[in-house]
Design a binder for this molecule. Structure first.
Ligand SMILES: [Zn+2]
Length: 260
């Protein structure tokens, strides 16, 4: 009897241990935010290909032609004129982060008066689990107010993103709109490959409005978070990418682009 108990305990312990090699949850990243910042705007992953790496995420398109929002396996493009379309699988992507979303953490009645308040709230909830994990979050419900941006497609020779956005960014403010904020959290050690903290995109419930979130208010929303412990990245193998100096500090330029 004692022997059986020991065997059962060993089985239970090995099932509950979080072995990384059996965990399927992975954040996939195409290129570096830093290479995008320096003008690597040519797509190298297809929209169809991206769907094999996840069903939820954020990014941009060939020539920075709009903001990418992926939700429930559908890839939306929020364009510079405020319209949104579902992209075909042949569309190409120069930068994105996606994952197959699991709702590991759930919290109802999320209220925030500003995007910073929402970020602080999500950071607090994420930090309870651990600040050094990756998180993909969905905030779904009513946004009393939201300001999103997109941008005009860029022509070669490509300017750095912070310069391009100075003239080519377009902003849209909506009131009392239902939808989902798709948000990515990168831990501090991702400085250099991406940007630490939260990055928010939005898609309306009817799929007709969206973009990169600059400011918002959220009312009685549902927050779901996916805790992610694995990170995978691919980079384009081409001259323009291989010639870029990716060791320079781009913190300030990234903050400009993020709208901080
Ligand atoms: Zn964005």
């Amino acid at each position: 009897m004692k022997k059986l108990f020991v065997i059962v305990m060993v089985v239970v312990l090995s099932l509950t241990a979080a072995y990384a090699d059996v965990k399927s949850d992975r954040l996939f990243q195409a290129a570096l935010l830093q290479s995008l910042m320096l003008g690597e705007y040519d797509g190298f992953v297809s929209a169809g290909g991206l769907k094999t790496y996840g069903d939820t995420g954020i990014g941009t398109f060939q020539s920075v032609n709009g903001e990418l929002i992926m939700l429930d396996g559908v890839i939306y493009r929020a364009l510079w004129d405020g319209s949104v379309e579902v992209v075909p699988d042949s569309e190409t992507i120069p930068f994105a982060n996606v994952t197959f979303f699991d709702s590991d953490i759930k919290q109802e009645n999320i209220n925030a008066e500003s995007s910073q308040e929402l970020k602080n709230l999500m950071t607090k909830i994420a930090a309870k689990h651990g600040k050094n994990q990756f998180y993909m979050a969905k905030v779904t419900g009513l946004m009393p107010r939201i300001t999103v941006r997109s941008e005009l497609p860029q022509k070669e020779p490509y300017k750095p993103l912070n310069d391009a956005l100075k003239t080519d960014q377009r902003e849209f403010t909506y009131e009392n709109i239902h939808g989902t904020v798709v948000a990515l959290y990168c831990p501090d050690y991702m400085d250099g490959l991406n940007t630490p903290g939260w990055h928010l995109h939005f898609i309306s419930q009817d799929g007709k409005k969206g973009g990169h979130v600059l400011e918002l208010a959220a009312k009685d929303c549902l927050l779901e978070m996916d805790v992610i412990s694995e990170f995978a990245m691919i980079v384009p193998d081409r001259q323009s990418f291989n010639d870029k100096n990716l060791s320079i500090n781009m913190k300030e330029a990234i903050q400009q682009v993020e709208g901080k």
